[in-house]
Write a protein that binds this ligand. Structure first.
Ligand code: ZN
Length: 712
């Protein structure tokens, strides 16, 4: 730890001294808070107080570390991180589900202090030494503790704690530059996306585009105050076409005007590229990011950034990740070729010009899908009222894992939020809040699971053996209107199953050491196993039929409708697979074999990878890498393969139930108990490959994923 960090922490401690911490609900660490009592003025004092407490605890721990057993060191850092995690997590949760300008401001005010504390903790040399000697001495006979030590060491090493002198200086300087470049990349992408538009004024320009998208485009025109737009309407226009995905994607799928599809497609793949505004050109940033990442990896002793990235992932090596992609490629590529031939034949029969261009694919794929599987979301929704879907997924969880889920009366942050207890043998072992409905005014979109608190024996309330874990499950479906329940789309049902899957791994953990309990400590490419696993149950007709009943008549969902939905779920699967393989391979090539010093460019790499991983090659002027935020402004660098990696795991896990016989409740329950004991129970306390093998009796296979997608 540097002296600079310490003086900052102390300055922080002084400034919080007079804060009255009594009655501040944000300081009721580890409890289920009194949400109604939380006020925005309490945020800054609570976070500062918690930070000061954590800093003081860390000072004491660092001073004593030499003489303490490793279990005590881990336990004390567990405590100090938990308090901060609880308060800071709660504040951020409220910002997601009940935000106000004042709350955002309060968070912005203290965020840098939280970041500073975390980097101090991650670079604590005395803790690093303590972990290192514990590891050398065999850490502990207790696997969870040993794994905690190894994970902490790995994270600290990756953060550069083991470096010194010039290497450390270079590492830290590179890190700053990378953060800066990532931010610039993201900003340039946002600006380049905003900078392009095309105003459409003739009815013919917009032929085929559905009313909802026309409405959005008319609204775009109104916001931009273009001529005649004061009265812009979905029916009469004018309509502004933009590069926002909610606009460009449906336009490419629906617009009959081929020339306009081409215009917007070319704008889309050229965003933030070298042929546009030089200030927004991301290509030079990509080259610098790749060079800096490589340098960082090499300072830490890895040959490439991909090797560094995979050091903290389940995939054992770059070769293994590439091997998975190659094996999926084998069946995806021929399938994608067949799908293209199929699409071309359909388009030709409907009078399209040949061959299909890149801006034709989404359009004809949508038309073929409509012709083949005649149903819409609206046909399904009456069979998915939230109360029945909840009953259904709860019954499934109870059957699979032998727990009981009962609604309780704890109060959340909004009247629509509900509380559920999870019981095992009649005793509460966990709980979760469910916040199902969208509230556009103050709740973020999307769906997620988060932790209110994790399972821990050290932090158990007096008289109890453990502190039980609690999760937040947040969705964004339409609220009920009058007596009519919230009717869910297929995607919303699938999302609820998905988030509950994450929640189950958090709640059914048997590990009581926070850093490796539940979803904590699980490698990035393995974390989606339980969530996607739960989604798979929707493909089981009997499970679906058990709850999909009409909200008015109670009539079961027609079997023919279920058939069409399941068939549509594998429509053009080969093309979808190949696209993900293309991105994942490109990502690994750029972060592994690529060397700018050899004179090759990122475009050469893209061309080579595309040649084998697309069925219509990209245009020579395709610059989509310049808008690939996952790799250059997000967390997916040398990790894009994770999407497919995790799908292999979840499909293969589901296949264990298929092998037992999905309709055989007794055998399904038997496999379910094993899933609970391993995947859900062990959390991050055991390396994920080992966890998988304990459940499945072998390493993962791609067989089930390919079979589920008709790609075998
Ligand atoms: Zn997920």
């Amino acid at each position: 730890m540097s002296t600079e960090d310490r003086s900052e922490a102390e300055a922080g401690a002084e400034s919080i001294a007079p804060v009255p911490q009594d009655n501040n609900p944000l300081l009721a660490w580890g409890s289920i808070p009194d949400f109604a009592a939380i006020r925005v003025e309490q945020v800054v004092p609570a976070v500062r107080f918690t930070l000061a407490r954590a800093a003081a605890d860390l000072d004491a721990l660092e001073a004593a570390a030499d003489g303490l057993p490793i279990s005590e060191i881990v336990g004390r850092s567990e405590e100090l991180e938990d308090r901060l995690g609880w308060t800071w997590g709660l504040v951020n949760h409220l910002n997601s589900v009940r935000t106000t300008d004042a709350l955002r401001q309060a968070i912005t005010e203290v965020q840098p202090e939280v970041v500073t504390f975390h980097s101090r903790l991650g670079q604590s040399e005395s803790l690093y030494r303590a972990y290192l000697s514990a590891s050398a001495a065999g850490a502990s006979a207790e696997p969870a503790l040993a794994r905690t030590v190894e994970l902490a060491l790995r994270a600290m090493r990756h953060g550069g704690v083991g470096l010194s002198g010039d290497a450390k200086e270079a590492f830290n300087a590179n890190q700053q530059q990378l953060a800066q470049l990532g931010m610039e990349f993201g900003n340039a992408l946002v600006d380049a996306t905003k900078a392009w538009h095309r105003d459409l004024t003739h009815e013919d320009d917009i032929r085929g585009v559905p009313p909802s998208v026309r409405g959005l485009m008319a609204q775009n025109a109104q916001l931009a105050a273009i001529d005649g737009s004061e009265a812009a309407s979905a029916e009469a226009g004018p309509w502004r076409l933009t590069l926002d995905p909610t606009c460009v994607m449906p336009f490419l799928e629906y617009a009959d005007r081929r020339d306009l599809r081409e215009v917007v497609y070319r704008a889309w793949i050229g965003r933030a590229g070298p042929d546009g505004d030089p200030k927004l050109d991301n290509s030079e940033r990509i080259a610098r990011i790749l060079a800096l990442r490589k340098a960082q990896a090499q300072i830490l002793g890895f040959a490439s950034y991909a090797e560094f990235s995979l050091d903290a992932k389940m995939a054992p090596s770059v070769a293994d990740a590439l091997g998975l992609l190659a094996s999926l490629h084998e069946s995806s590529k021929p399938a994608a070729q067949r799908e293209l031939a199929d699409l071309t034949a359909f388009a030709k029969a409907e009078g399209a010009a040949e061959p299909l261009a890149l801006w034709d694919v989404a359009y004809w794929a949508r038309r073929l899908r409509e012709a083949r599987y005649t149903y819409s979301d609206e046909d399904l929704k009456p069979y998915f009222p939230l109360p029945r879907v909840l009953e259904g997924v709860i019954a499934l969880v109870e059957k699979l894992f032998g727990v009981a889920i009962r609604e309780g009366d704890k109060t959340g942050w909004h009247p629509d939020v509900r509380w559920f207890d999870v019981l095992s043998d009649g005793a509460p072992i966990a709980g979760f809040f469910l916040d199902p409905y969208s509230r556009p005014a103050d709740k973020r979109g999307g769906a997620w699971m988060n932790e209110l608190r994790g399972r821990s024996s050290r932090l158990a309330p007096p008289g109890q053996a453990v502190r039980t874990p609690i999760a937040y499950l947040v969705c964004n479906q339409a609220a009920p209107v009058g007596d009519k329940p919230s009717l869910m789309t297929w995607n919303e049902v699938s999302t609820l199953f998905h988030e509950l899957g994450h929640g189950l791994q958090h709640m059914l953990t048997r590990v009581d050491l926070l850093p490796v309990a539940g979803i904590s400590g699980i490698e990035w490419d393995a974390v989606e196993l339980p969530s996607q696993f739960m989604e798979n149950w929707l493909r089981h007709p009997k499970t679906l039929a058990s709850f999909a009943k009409h909200y008015e008549t109670g009539a079961p969902i027609p079997a023919s409708l279920v058939e069409r939905v399941l068939a549509a779920s594998t429509y053009r699967a080969g093309s979808a697979f190949l696209r993900q393989i293309y991105f994942a391979r490109l990502d690994l090539e750029l972060h592994h074999g690529f060397d700018a010093a050899s004179g090759a460019s990122i475009w050469d790499v893209q061309r080579t990878v595309a040649a084998d991983n697309t069925v219509i090659p990209p245009l020579p002027e395709d610059r989509f890498l310049c808008s690939f935020g996952h790799l250059f402004a997000g967390g997916y660098a040398a990790g894009y393969y994770s999407y497919k990696w995790a799908e292999v795991l979840s499909a293969d896990a589901f296949a264990a139930f298929e092998e037992a016989g999905l309709d055989d409740d007794a055998r399904v329950a038997e496999v379910g108990r094993r899933f609970r004991e391993t995947v859900l129970g062990l959390g991050g306390s055991v390396p994920p490959m080992e966890v998988f093998k304990r459940f499945r009796g072998r390493e993962p296979s791609t067989e089930a994923l390919l079979r589920h997608n008709n790609l075998s």
